[in-house]
Write a protein that binds this ligand. Structure first.
Ligand SMILES: Cc1cc2nc3c(=O)[nH]c(=O)nc-3n(C[C@H](O)[C@H](O)[C@H](O)COP(=O)(O)O)c2cc1C
Length: 106
């Protein structure tokens, strides 16, 4: 059987839900990662930053903009040292991040 890995970044806390700001205990990408795990079987690896982004959505956007302008590469908490055992790897993150922000860059 194929061995699958889902590498994901997701953000809980204050987020837009149906057009208004609400507190969520789990980000959308994490929910999707868990769907994939349940559907096909997979190990999950959550990417997280050493310095957390602000809980406030608007402040988080400001922080992200500054990082983008500075071409920042925020330190991440955990590292994947060996992916050789996996046949399939899914990389998932919020679509707005466009993979240009340092902590989300491949
Ligand atoms: C580094 C970073 C950059 C972000 N950039 C944007 C952005 O450009 N536009 C935006 O609407 N939201 C932006 N957000 C907010 C995310 O859309 C949202 O808080 C969260 O990451 C969504 O996670 P989820 O898709 O797993 O629920 C950013 C969040 C982070 C952490």
């Amino acid at each position: 059987m194929a061995k699958n890995l889902v590498i994901y970044y997701s953000r809980k806390g204050e987020n837009y839900v149906n057009g208004s700001l609400k507190q969520i205990s789990k980000g959308n990408t994490e929910v999707v990662a868990e769907y994939i795990k349940d559907a096909v079987g997979a190990d999950l690896f959550e990417v997280d930053t050493v310095k957390p982004y602000s809980e406030s959505y608007m402040n988080c956007i400001d922080e992200a903009k500054k990082e983008l302008q500075q071409n920042a590469r925020p330190e991440i908490k955990n590292e994947l040292t060996d992916i050789s055992q996996y046949d399939n790897i899914v990389i998932a993150g919020p679509c707005c991040l466009s993979l240009t922000v340092g902590s989300h860059a491949a």
